[in-house]
Design a binder for this molecule. Structure first.
Ligand code: ZN
Length: 380
C-alpha cells in the first residue's frame, strides 16, 4: 500500500510526510476514522514510507528491497495485530496463526470492515484482542529490528483490546523501545481506556467525500458512474462500507437467482435441473450453503410480508419483488411453517456436516410435494 493508492485524505498525507521530514514522528499514534474510511490503508502506507530506503517527496520509492517486501506485506519490521476469535487450543492463542490470512485480506482489501474480517475468521463469532495477544505485541516490539531502521506495530481496531490487554500495553506505549512506532488504528476511540488515549497522538482520517468514493467505485470496481454516485451517497464517508454494500448486493443477487431457479424447477418437477442445481449448491461450501438457506428463509418470510403488509413496505429490491408477485400466492395459500421446517432442518443438517447434494435432493422432494399440494388445492 502506497500513499498513492489511499483514496483521498490528501491533507493528512501531506502532514504525515511533513512530520517524517522534520523528524517529529511520535512513537505512539492513533489513526482514527470511520470504519473502512482508509485509516488502516493510511497507517500501512505511512509505515511503508518510513521503512522505504529511498522515499520520494510524496511516496515511497516502490523499487528498493524494503518496498518489494512492503508490496507483499512481508517486511520483517512491519507487524500487525488485530481482533481474532480466541480458541482453546493452542492454550496460549495469539494472532500468529492468522497472520497469513490477515496479510492476504489486507492486500485484497485495505478497506475491509471488521464484519468482513470476522466472516473470514469464523462466520459468526465476535473477535477481540486478548491479554495474551498484548503480551505477544510487547514481545515482538522488544526484539531488535531486522533492518537498521524503525519497527512498526499496527494494531487494527484497537478498540477491541479488552481491558487487561490494554493495561498490558500501557508501559510500551509510554516508554517504547528504541525506534519503535506503535499505531493504533481505531474507529471508536471513545471505547479505548483514557489511559491509552492520553498516551497516543491522534491522526484524524476524515470522512471521504461522496465524489471521492464515487470515483474510487468507478475506477477500482468498474461501476457505471450513476450507480457509483448512488452507492457513494449511502456510504457515510467510507469507501469500505460502499464496497461492502456492493459485494452484499452481488451476493444477494446470486442467491436470488439460485433460489428462483430452485423454486421453478421444484414447481415444474424438473429433476435433471434440480440435480444440476444440487451440484452448484454443494460447491458453495458449508458457509455458503447456510447463507443460501438463510436467504431462502428470509425470502419466504418476505413474500408473506410482500403480500399482506403492502408492497411498498417490504425490504425487497426490484428483482426480488418481481418474483415475489408470482411466488407469494403459493406461499400464502399454504402452511408457511411447512416450508420453514424443511429449510431450517436443512440448515441444521449442514451444521452437522450432512452430504450437501443428498440434502439438497431431500429438501427439493419436500418442496415438490409442497407445491403439488398447493396446485391440487387451486385446481379443486
Ligand atoms: Zn522504497
Amino acid at each position: 500500500m502506497k500513499f498513492a493508492s489511499v483514496i483521498g485524505l490528501e491533507q493528512t498525507k501531506k502532514e504525515l510526510i511533513h512530520t517524517v521530514k522534520n523528524g517529529h514522528v511520535s512513537h505512539a499514534l492513533m489513526f482514527s476514522g470511520a470504519e473502512g474510511g482508509g485509516n488502516l490503508a493510511l497507517a500501512t502506507a505511512f509505515a511503508g514510507y518510513i521503512l522505504c530506503e529511498n522515499p520520494g517527496e510524496t511516496d515511497r520509492c516502490g523499487d528498493c528491497a524494503a518496498c518489494r517486501q512492503l508490496d507483499k506485506l512481508s517486511h520483517p519490521d512491519l507487524h500487525f495485530s488485530f481482533p481474532f476469535v480466541k480458541s482453546t487450543s493452542p492454550k496460549i492463542d495469539t494472532t500468529e496463526r492468522h497472520q497469513r490470512d490477515f496479510a492476504a485480506a489486507l492486500a485484497a482489501n485495505p478497506y475491509m470492515t471488521l464484519t468482513e474480517w470476522e466472516q473470514k475468521l469464523s462466520g459468526t463469532k465476535k473477535s477481540i484482542i486478548t491479554a495474551e495477544e498484548a503480551n505477544a505485541i510487547v514481545k515482538a516490539l522488544s526484539l531488535k529490528a531486522f533492518s537498521r531502521g524503525h519497527k512498526f506495530m499496527i494494531i487494527w481496531r484497537a478498540e477491541k483490546l479488552n481491558n487487561s490487554a490494554a493495561n498490558k500495553l500501557l508501559k510500551t506505549l509510554e516508554e517504547p523501545t528504541d525506534k519503535t512506532i506503535i499505531i493504533l488504528v481505531c474507529s471508536a476511540p471513545e471505547a479505548l481506556l483514557p489511559t491509552i488515549l492520553s498516551r497516543v497522538q491522534e491522526v484524524r482520517c476524515g470522512r471521504l467525500s461522496e465524489g471521492e468514493i464515487a470515483r474510487a467505485l468507478a475506477e477500482r470496481d468498474g461501476l457505471p458512474w450513476e450507480e457509483a454516485e448512488a452507492l457513494a451517497a449511502r456510504s457515510e464517508g467510507s469507501y469500505g462500507r460502499a464496497a461492502a454494500l456492493l459485494r452484499e448486493a452481488a451476493e444477494r443477487s446470486e442467491r436470488l437467482d439460485m433460489f428462483v431457479r430452485w423454486m421453478r424447477h421444484c414447481f415444474k418437477v424438473n429433476l435433471t435441473e434440480i440435480f444440476k442445481l444440487g451440484d452448484a449448491f454443494a460447491k458453495l461450501g458449508k458457509d455458503g450453503q447456510q447463507h443460501f438457506i438463510d436467504y431462502a428463509l428470509d425470502y419466504i418470510r418476505g413474500s408473506v410480508m410482500h403480500e399482506f403488509a403492502g408492497r411498498d413496505k417490504t425490504l425487497f429490491d426490484k428483482s426480488e419483488a418481481a418474483f415475489a408477485a408470482k411466488f407469494a400466492p403459493y406461499i400464502t395459500s399454504g402452511d408457511i411453517s411447512e416450508l420453514h421446517d424443511v429449510l431450517s432442518e436443512g440448515h441444521y443438517l449442514i451444521e452437522r456436516n450432512a452430504n450437501a447434494s443428498l440434502l439438497f435432493t431431500r429438501m427439493s422432494i419436500s418442496l415438490i410435494r409442497y407445491f403439488a399440494a398447493r396446485k391440487a388445492g387451486q385446481n379443486a
